[in-house]
Design a protein around this ligand. Structure first.
Ligand code: CUA
Length: 402
């Protein structure tokens, strides 16, 4: 009798008992609760078998979903490059620089170990679900109940410990390798400062200040020339991430973080801020332009020049200097020495505007100067309320800043 009671309790704990019961009444042979007193189809029909089947389906569905998600993650890194060249690819599986290469090797190892565990566990689970599924006639039978097996408990304690230990060792070795690298004398030093929502880039040793586009030399057969970055923030936390070149490193107020990159293939590498930093976090893109060594030397030379003093746009120059533009922007060689916004000395040498929000063309410049809020809602540059004529004049002046 005891067994029957517990069985009935089990049945009555089901929320949808009545609903199931109603359906079972139509088919009492399948779902009726068999007790010692015979089929109990009239009142408490037992949906425990259906519940078990339902659970199995749920587990199976979860397993399949997880397998699908894992497959997506693994293939995500491979589909992109197949579709085009590496330009614009931001996959961690196609590194073209140290330390991204080393990080990828570690990720693949971790993924392989975790993937194997998943395959073993999911395989055993699926096997158990299929092999020991409910069969007609075993409503009352229970599998053998095993309590406390020392061997099994030792195995599932020691094995995971060993796996975690291996993961800790390889991870610490990779982290130490990356962090302990000392800059060689040939290294380029740059400071990247995160702002809401743009990147200030300074090369203190070269006397260059620019924005949103980090230029670095490639290391080639002629020698290693890594770029060492000091990462700082002017306001909130940001994160510098160019997947093809390196891992993520945060830019934190009142703190300096360090990272380095050593790309070998010239090209433009895209990245973005990887730490939510406010309304325009998604439009805080970064470009890293990797030059062959001689081209980099040329870029440095050009950037070191003061602003062009040509007088082809005198009206625009007048409007710019008469307004508060000068309080926020620096144009080297002029009285504009503001530090709040991007340095405009060589504005036209940059490919994009507003941290990648638009291509740097006359049209987007016009749009930007007329009302920055249209292009990038919430950005800290105000609408200067210039007339259309003044906008055109200022844009003409900005275009002389090559
Ligand atoms: Cu800066 Cu997100």
């Amino acid at each position: 009798m005891k067994k029957t009671n517990s069985h009935n309790q089990n049945c009555s704990s089901l929320q949808n008992r009545e609903e199931l019961g109603a359906r079972d009444e139509q088919n009492p042979r399948t779902f009726a609760c068999e007790t010692k007193d015979g089929p109990n189809a009239s009142s408490l029909v037992c949906p425990s078998m259906r519940l078990r089947l339902y659970r199995h389906h749920k587990i199976l569905r979860a397993v399949l979903l997880f397998a699908f998600a894992l497959t997506c993650v693994v293939f995500a890194g491979h589909v992109e490059p197949v579709l085009g060249n590496t330009d614009g690819v931001t996959s961690i599986f196609r590194p073209l620089s140290q330390p991204a290469q080393e990080i990828k090797e570690l990720s693949v190892l971790v993924l392989a170990i975790c993937g194997s565990i998943f395959v073993v566990v999911a395989g055993l689970l699926v096997y158990a679900i299929v092999r020991f599924r409910h069969r007609p006639g075993d409503e009352l039978s229970e599998p053998p109940q095993v309590y406390g097996s020392n061997q099994i408990e030792l195995a599932w304690t020691i094995l995971p410990l060993l796996i975690v230990f291996v993961l800790i060792l390889v991870t610490s070795r990779t982290i130490a390798d990356i962090q302990n690298r000392k800059p060689p004398p040939t290294a380029v030093q740059a400071t990247v400062i995160g702002h809401q929502w743009w990147w200030e880039i300074r090369y203190p040793e070269l006397g260059i200040v620019t924005a949103n586009e980090l230029h670095v030399p490639a290391s080639d057969g002629r020698g290693s020339r890594p770029t060492f970055l000091k990462l700082q923030s002017a306001d909130v936390a940001h994160s510098f991430w160019v997947p093809l070149l390196s891992g993520k490193t945060d830019l934190i107020p009142n703190r300096e973080n360090l990272m380095w990159i050593e790309p070998t293939k010239p090209g433009t590498y895209r990245g973005n801020c990887a730490e939510y930093c406010g309304t325009q976090h998604a439009r805080m893109l970064i470009r890293v332009v990797v030059h062959p060594p001689d081209e980099f030397a040329r870029w440095v030379d050009e950037q070191q020049q003061p602003a062009a003093t040509e007088t082809s746009a005198p009206e625009g120059r007048k409007v710019f200097f008469a307004n508060s533009c000068v309080n926020c922007h620096t144009i080297r060689g002029t009285s504009a020495q503001g530090k709040f916004g991007p340095d405009l000395t060589h504005l036209m040498s940059r490919e994009t505007l507003a941290s990648g929000a638009a291509l740097n063309s006359a049209d987007s410049l016009r749009l930007w100067v007329r009302d920055p809020q249209k292009l990038k809602v919430g950005c800290l540059m105000p609408n200067m309320q210039l007339t259309d004529e003044e906008v055109d004049q200022v844009v003409a002046y900005l275009q002389t800043l090559k």
